[in-house]
Design a protein around this ligand. Structure first.
Ligand SMILES: [Zn+2]
Length: 91
């Protein structure tokens, strides 16, 4: 038993963190983005809720002030390029 190499808590902790971050990146699948606020959302519902928030409305005004040519549709984007066409229906 005395010959066992020391297994440090540190190594174990690092492995655990690696796994946690791998999980986190899998969880953070982002489908919708609000460019005014630089925020990302996983669902259209979340984006729509966000659009109702005062914070967003303020950011939207500032965004339009800075980007006069920007259209409302350019504020939001869908990052899933396969079959998420709902984004074009946002007004
Ligand atoms: Zn926003």
């Amino acid at each position: 038993m005395a010959a066992l190499p020391p297994v440090s808590e540190e190594v174990f902790e690092t492995k655990r963190q690696d796994m946690a971050s791998a999980n986190a990146s899998a969880m953070s699948e982002v489908l919708y983005k609000c460019h005014c606020c630089n925020k990302s959302f996983k669902t259209l519902e979340q984006l729509n809720e966000h659009k109702k928030s005062k914070k967003h409305k303020k950011a939207e005004k500032e965004y339009l002030a800075k980007n006069p040519q920007a259209s409302k549709s350019s504020m939001f984007s869908s990052l899933n390029h396969t079959n998420r066409s709902e984004i074009s229906n946002l007004s």
